[in-house]
Every structure is written in structure tokens, then in C-alpha cells.
Ligand binder design. Structure first.
Ligand code: MG
Length: 357
């Protein structure tokens, strides 16, 4: 589809609105040109034979690699709120969510394909300023450049709301991809970074909305952005994932998108094992509660397991690695996931975050 950003949006749309040759159309064409211009910057990638501009992109997988493919949908009102989240944040998060899945497999990014539907007014530039769409792509391309992810195609379409559908292609040495199904009894359970930080940010946002007393929540104040950073700008753990895969350190891995309690249960199901974690060992993020660390979603850290004999570094690429528990055999006598705390052991039920439903 890399012919992209041209056919569906500007041509068909412009025929229908032939009488309406005005600033709006120039804005649309300017946006398409701008996306293509910015996408060209990724053409230096040796993985990309051909990017935006033709009927298809051409990818050049290296010898001895497998391709990892993931898709992710970001929908206004469900995964973000147009009245709460700045456009740059929506663009960053749309890409970050997909990149986090590549990180979880130990893959490096090869190409991104983005289809974006949005209301006409969000493409309009007023008074020489930038449009919502311009700022969406600011956030998108900033992370794309930082992570070496070329935008190789996509589509643009007018719609009643904002929907960003992303496809990410990654590459991983053949046979080395990190799967959810490889955990075995005795393996250590590890996480990267801190847990619950995104939930702290979200609750700060909710508190700010409540403080203002309006039914319509405010746009995010800049003074809150530090505490909100894990929520607004999650950093996919690509370097950690690649290092784990390359060094053969992990037996199983996934990213934490829905909360540890939910995601660890998923990993256990895929591996046919149980797990026990220590609440005192959890790397609870600054200002987060235990409940937020266990159940707060969207941290986009990695959860992984490793052989009992593995020499696990304390940090990989500057990111702290923390052992939080041990994989056990499944048994009728114990829950799938057990949390051991000061008051003893209890079953940890899946209680992950449910977005803005
Ligand atoms: Mg995932």
C-alpha cells in the first residue's frame, strides 16, 4: 500500500469536493507531502528495499533471520482521549505499543505501516500553525527515529473519529525469538524497569480532571508531565529484548501491556506452568501502590523467565532487571499465580487495566 498517503485520501476525496478548492485541500496535500517527506528519512535503512511511493514496500530480510509481525489498533475513546491526550502523545503511543510487542519477541524493528483515520478538522492548519495530524506525526516520527523504525507505508482516510492501525515488522535471528511458551518449573521470573508508573500517571490525570470539577476533563497540564511520562511516553524495551534473544538468556518473554497480574497468568497458561511472586521483590514505581504495580496496565516493561542457572545482569542497556519470583509446576493445590507477602501467600487474580472502556 505504500502508494499510500496518496490514493485513498487525497484523490477520491478531492474529486467529491471539486467545488471546494480551498485551504482545506491544500492542507490535506501538505500533510501527505509532509508524511512522505518525513518517511523518506527512513530510507537509509538496509532492511528496506523500497519504502513509501510505490504499490508495495519491499523488505530485505537478512540471511538467517525470521520476520516478526504484529498489529495494534489505537481508537479514540478506548485507548486514548482526544480531550486528555495531546496529538504528539497519541502518535508516540500508537507506535510504542507495537514496538513493545517486537521487544517482547527479541526482534529489531524493520518497518512500520500506519493507517490513520481522522476527522477532517484535525488535518487543518489554522493561521500558519500546525494541525493535530502534524503533531501526531511529530510524536510518531520522534520515536520512529529514536528506534530506527522506517515508516514504509500506510493509508489516510477521513472518518468521524481517530483510529490509528499500525503494523510493525521486525526481524529476529532464526530460532531465537522469545516466546511466551518456554517457561519451565524452577525458572526465575524477571521484569524490566518499574511497575505501576503508567497507572500513577493516569490517576494523576483523573485527579486533575476531578479537581477542576468539569464533566469534560482538561487537557493535560505541562506541570504534570513528569509524573505522567510513563503513561504518556512509554519506552519500548527493544534493547533488552534483543539482548535477551541474542544471548539466549530468556526461556519465555512478553511485554506488560495489561498489568502483571493479567500478563503473568497469560505467560503461565502458554507455558503450562504456575508462578509464585514475592510482593517485597516487585520494583514498584515511584509513588505507585502495590495494587498499581500488580494491576496497572500499559507499563510496556518486559516480563520474562530464565533458567535457574542463568547469570542475569542487574541492568541491560541501562534498564534495571529485577527478579520477582519463580516458575512452579501446575497443581490442583495451588493457584496459577501466587503472591507471597508479609501476611502470607494468596492467589493473585487477573485484574489488569481495561483502558477507557
Ligand atoms: Mg504484547
Amino acid at each position: 500500500m505504500p502508494g499510500l498517503f496518496l490514493a485513498p485520501y487525497s484523490q477520491s476525496g478531492m474529486k467529491k469536493r471539486a467545488q471546494n478548492k480551498n485551504r482545506t485541500q491544500r492542507n490535506e496535500l501538505a500533510l501527505i507531502d509532509e508524511i512522505r517527506r518525513r518517511a523518506e528519512a527512513g530510507r537509509g535503512s538496509r532492511d528496506l528495499g523500497l519504502g513509501v511511493g510505490d504499490d508495495c514496500a519491499l523488505l530485505r530480510p537478512r540471511v538467517g533471520e525470521e520476520l516478526a509481525v504484529t498489529t495494534d489498533l489505537s481508537l479514540a475513546g478506548r485507548h486514548f482521549r482526544l480531550d486528555w491526550h495531546r496529538a504528539e502523545v497519541v502518535g508516540h503511543r500508537a507506535l510504542a505499543r507495537g514496538l513493545s510487542d517486537l521487544a517482547a519477541m527479541g526482534a529489531r524493528p524493520v518497518a512500520a505501516f500506519l493507517s490513520l483515520a481522522l476527522p477532517r478538522e484535525l488535518t487543518q492548519r489554522r493561521g500558519g500553525g500546525t494541525s493535530w495530524a502534524d503533531r501526531f506525526f511529530d510524536g510518531f516520527f520522534q520515536l520512529a527515529e529514536k528506534t530506527g523504525t522506517p515508516l514504509a507505508g500506510g493509508d489516510l482516510c477521513e472518518a468521524g473519529t481517530v483510529l490509528a492501525d499500525i503494523v510493525l515488522i521486525g526481524a529476529v535471528p532464526a530460532g531465537r525469538a522469545l516466546l511466551r511458551s518456554g517457561a519451565r518449573p524452577g525458572d526465575g521470573i524477571y521484569v524490566t524497569g518499574g511497575l505501576g508508573g503508567a497507572a500513577v500517571g493516569l490517576s494523576a490525570l483523573e485527579a486533575e480532571a476531578a479537581r477542576r470539577g468539569g464533566s469534560k476533563p482538561p487537557a493535560i497540564p505541562r506541570r504534570l508531565e513528569a509524573v505522567l511520562a510513563p503513561h504518556l511516553y512509554p519506552q519500548p524495551r527493544l534493547a533488552v529484548g534483543r539482548a535477551l534473544a541474542r544471548r539466549g538468556l530468556a526461556t519465555a518473554a512478553m511485554d506488560l501491556s495489561d498489568g502483571l497480574s493479567t500478563d503473568l497468568a497469560r505467560l503461565c497458561r502458554e507455558s503450562g506452568v504456575a508462578a509464585e511472586i514475592q510482593s517485597a521483590a516487585l520494583p514498584v514505581a515511584c509513588e505507585a501502590t502495590l495494587d498499581q504495580a500488580l494491576n496497572g496496565g500499559e507499563d510496556y516493561e518486559l516480563l520474562f523467565t530464565a533458567r535457574p542457572t542463568a547469570k542475569m545482569p542487574r541492568r541491560i542497556g541501562g534498564v534495571p532487571i529485577t527478579r520477582i519470583g519463580t516458575i512452579l509446576k501446575t497443581s490442583n493445590k495451588r493457584p496459577q499465580v501466587t503472591l507471597v507477602g508479609a501476611e502470607g501467600a494468596r492467589a493473585l487474580d487477573s485484574a489488569g487495566w481495561r483502558h477507557f472502556a
